[in-house]
Write a new protein. Structure first.
Length: 342
């Protein structure tokens, strides 16, 4: 394991919040277990890899709040593995949706004396202490996917993801053009800041009524029955907004079984959702490009360790979304989704 010595970043000492402003992401190269960026990762990212670095081998830990079985996180991991293969990085990936257990995984990475950590801050207060420990140990930390409002407060080097409030507002505005009057926003993990911000954003710009429905995202039959019951009970609901591709597909089944005429829109993509958009059972999706988030998080740590670079200058987040995928452009995205990279 190589530990390149660099002056400690001023990010580690920053405590005052600064308003995040969108910055363009310019780099386009390219479950709960551990993996390394080797032959397998190189093969999975062959379509976007651009050779392999000859820099000293380093180890980077990626720790997420991903629940088991969510295909969205498979796409993030593929991006991370592609960057690891290119950068001669050993990637240690781990995940736990329980905040305390996710914090323990970060502590494990600190104990292993990794060269860098990429972490999601879905529940930032629970991660604050352990992130500070990593920084005190001289381990650079970047954030991605969740925690845009917190990454500077916690002294992270950079952040890669979308502004969830902005993406929610964009979806709410788009719903206004569909004629929808009553939206049901389905939240699969209560207290997850990303998810709460999405629904709040929808409510802010949607001219109709918006209600939140909390479901247990780890139990998909329960998700289906809860949505079905709600739609059967309230026939005024004409739009279901879900916060992940698997939940959108389940919501589409629930609308059919309940006899509801509600349409379904969602955040995030997977291969099956692309097919559903093509067929018309899902209206559209907000794409935050998870592959890019995983790729940039790993690549930014490599760049920092090998060349002292700060993505976004250490001041701006690198925004990877939002963008809409609907029938007008789904064919273009489909070819990449088929490979599991969109």
């Amino acid at each position: 394991m190589s530990h390149t010595s660099l002056p400690r970043s001023p990010r580690f000492r920053r405590t005052a919040p600064v308003v995040a402003v969108a910055a363009a992401a310019a780099l386009t190269l390219a479950g709960c277990s551990s993996s390394s960026g080797g032959k397998k990762a190189a093969e999975s990212g062959a379509a976007v890899s651009a050779g392999k670095a000859d820099t000293p081998r380093m180890t980077i830990a990626m720790v997420t709040h991903a629940p088991s079985g969510d295909t969205f996180w498979d796409t993030i991991r593929k991006g991370a593995e592609a960057a690891a293969a290119k950068d001669n990085v050993k990637l240690i990936y781990s995940n736990d949706e329980t905040a305390a257990d996710q914090a323990n995984l970060v502590q494990n990475a600190i104990d292993q004396k990794v060269d860098g950590i990429a972490v999601t801050l879905a529940k930032p207060d629970a991660m604050k202490a352990v992130v500070a420990k990593a920084e005190a140990a001289g381990i650079p930390v970047v954030g991605f996917n969740a925690g845009l409002s917190e990454w500077k407060k916690q002294g992270l080097l950079s952040f890669f993801g979308q502004d969830e409030s902005v993406s929610g507002q964009a979806l709410g505005t788009k719903l206004n053009s569909t004629g929808a009057k009553h939206a049901l926003c389905v939240v699969q993990a209560q207290g997850d800041v990303n998810l709460e911000q999405r629904c709040a954003g929808v409510k802010k710009t949607f001219s109709g009524t918006t209600d939140n429905l909390y479901v247990n995202g780890t139990d998909m039959p329960s998700v289906k029955s809860t949505i079905t019951a709600k739609l059967a009970q309230d026939k005024s609901i004409d739009e279901v907004v879900t916060l992940g591709a698997p939940f959108a597909l389940t919501a589409a089944q629930a609308t059919s079984e309940s006899g509801s005429k509600a349409k379904v829109a969602t955040f995030d993509l997977n291969k099956d959702l692309i097919s559903a958009i093509e067929k018309g059972s899902i209206q559209f999706a907000v794409d935050q490009q998870p592959y890019l988030q995983g790729y940039l998080a790993v690549d930014s740590l490599w760049l920092y360790k090998t060349n002292g670079n700060y993505s976004g200058g250490g001041e701006q987040p690198i925004l990877t979304g939002p963008a809409f995928v609907d029938k007008s452009n789904v064919d273009t995205v489909a070819q990449f989704a088929a490979k599991g990279t969109r």
